[in-house]
Design a protein around this ligand. Structure first.
Ligand SMILES: *Cc1c(COP(=O)(O)O)cnc(C)c1O
Length: 427
């Protein structure tokens, strides 16, 4: 007699049948994504193929270890999946090795700290309030809690990373690791500078391209691969893959990185996500993706110019990438209010400090805008001019409800012209 708990019938029910509550919430979120303008630079919309790989039976499999050297049986299929994903990623970036197991961008960074530093060792990263990331030394993150941080910043005159400061801090503090990379820095990072400085003091140079990796893959932002010992990235930002991370680098560091990730930090890799990363890399290897990456940057430049034309101030005067930081001080609006009022009209952004911000991080003086997601929907420079108008109108009419209502209507109309997942909306 077979035990049937839960029964095959119960397990075979669709989400809609079995759990209408969760199904409904997913529908609501799909609707939110479909009928608004997503302008958070770290967000994007994955393809159906990526979604399918993530929702696959590969989630059932334990595969601790490396392909061919697992701690579990039954791994021959997922071995092929992981080898395929790594090979594609190495081809895409020209990397000597890739480890696709990190669960997220921060886990990828943590692996590098584990591989090269001991607690208490010194490293250098970009200041969080001038564009850096939490995992580059924030006191509330493992990186700032367990290691000694020396933070470099941007120049007050042009808001660009100050190469003299990077070099002099490195010489003074002799960090073991130097991190270049950012979450809110719109300009090209000078990877060669960091390589030179690292060589001058014998440090490891890690580039974190969490934000730029899709642009790098598509040839629209200079690659750090030739310069850096190690390159980490998320896979869900401009690269438009599943929510996850990965580490790439020079062959001589492969063992140390692999060991740091497993057994150092993680247990079983998420094979369904690794399969989705393989799909992501296949998409990113197409000429369409090159066109996409170039369009992201063209759109960000057009948006920046549109906002400048209307009298807004952009940090560093513009952008070389997918993102821009708008300094709202000239119009007397805080980042917090800017984020809230744009949310009200259906434009999703996040508040952000501007360099040398007089406001605390909970208020901020700026908002960060990005074009990867709207570019995925097919919008181009003509639409960016409309979007610049919407943003300007909303930000300069924060208390005018009827004006905000009309901007919201325009946002919804525009989003309807660029269908996203509409066929997934089944209500
Ligand atoms: C987004 C980001 C990360 C972290 O990625 P998660 O997947 O959220 O952990 C790391 N570094 C930089 C520079 C980022 O912008």
């Amino acid at each position: 007699m077979s035990v049937t708990t839960p029964s095959y019938e119960a397990r075979s029910k669709s989400l809609k049948e079995f759990d209408p509550e969760v199904f409904d919430l997913i529908q609501k979120e799909t609707e939110r994504q479909e009928y608004g303008l997503e302008m958070i630079p770290s967000e994007n919309f994955v393809s159906e193929a990526v979604l399918q790989a993530m929702g696959s039976t590969l989630t059932n499999k334990y595969a601790e270890g490396q392909p061919g050297k697992r701690y579990y049986g039954g791994c021959h299929v997922v071995d092929d999946v992981e080898n395929l994903a790594s090979a594609r990623v190495c081809e895409l970036f020209g990397a000597e090795f890739a480890n696709l197991q990190p669960h997220s961008g921060v886990q990828a960074n943590q692996a590098v700290f584990e591989a090269f530093l001991k607690p208490g060792d010194t490293f250098m990263g970009l200041r969080l309030d001038q564009g850096g990331h939490l995992s580059h030394g924030s006191p509330v993150n493992f990186s700032g809690m367990h290691y000694k941080v020396v933070a470099y910043g941007v120049r007050e005159s042009d808001n660009l990373i100050d190469p003299d400061q990077v070099r002099s801090l490195a010489k003074e503090h002799k960090p073991k690791l130097i991190i270049a990379g950012a979450s809110a820095y719109s300009r090209q990072i000078d990877w060669k500078l960091f390589r030179e400085v690292a060589d001058e003091i014998g440090a490891i140079f890690m580039a974190d391209i969490a934000h730029y990796s899709g642009l790098v893959a598509g040839g629209s932002y200079e690659s750090p691969i030739p310069y850096a010992d190690i390159v980490t990235t998320t896979t869900h930002k401009t690269l438009r893959g599943p929510r996850s991370g990965m580490v790439m680098g020079k062959e001589k560091h492969r063992k140390a990185i692999n060991k740091a990730i497993f057994p150092g930090l993680q247990g079983g890799p998420h094979m369904h996500t690794i399969a989705a990363k393989a799909v992501m890399a296949k998409e990113a290897l197409t000429t369409d993706f090159k066109t996409y990456a170039a369009a992201i940057v063209a759109n960000a430049k057009a948006l920046s110019e549109g906002l400048v034309k209307r009298g807004l101030k952009i940090v560093s005067g513009g952008t070389d990438s997918h993102l821009l930081l708008v300094d709202l001080r000239p119009i007397g609006v805080s980042g917090k209010i800017g984020e809230a009022v744009l949310d009200k009209v259906g434009i999703t952004v996040n508040k952000n400090t501007v360099p040398f911000d007089p406001q605390p991080p909970s208020i901020c003086s700026g908002v960060r805008l990005g074009t990867p997601a709207v570019t995925t929907r097919g919008m181009g420079v003509a639409e960016m001019s409309l979007v610049a108008d919407f943003i300007f109108e909303a930000l300069t009419n924060v208390e005018n409800e009827s004006k905000l209502k009309s901007v919201a209507d325009n946002v919804r109309e525009l989003s309807k012209k660029f269908p996203l997942y509409r066929h997934r909306l089944v209500r």
